[in-house]
Write a protein that binds this ligand. Sequence first.
Ligand code: SF4
Length: 93
Amino acid sequence: MQDNQRCKGCSANVHMPSEDIRKMVDEIVNSNEFSVVSEKAYEERLSECTNCEYLQYDTTCLQCGCIVQVRGLLKDKDCPHPKGSRWYKKLLE
Ligand code: SF4
């Protein structure tokens, strides 16, 4: 595997199968450990990511290295876009 296909922070592969992402999302939603955004806000966040130049492989934010389908769920996380968050505060409601 090429070096540019590994996470900068660890040795994980940056390509994550959609079923693995789905499992992570389900675990977060079904746990009481995390505060998550509304379904509408989640969809709007992911829509911003879909149109963002920093999204790679349809899953990975090149600014933070996060899987956006997971980061977008979390209320206390924001978009790290260098020109300012593309996830607007109103979407946190
Ligand atoms: S910079 Fe923001 S909008 Fe762009 S992919 Fe990352 S989290 Fe999504």
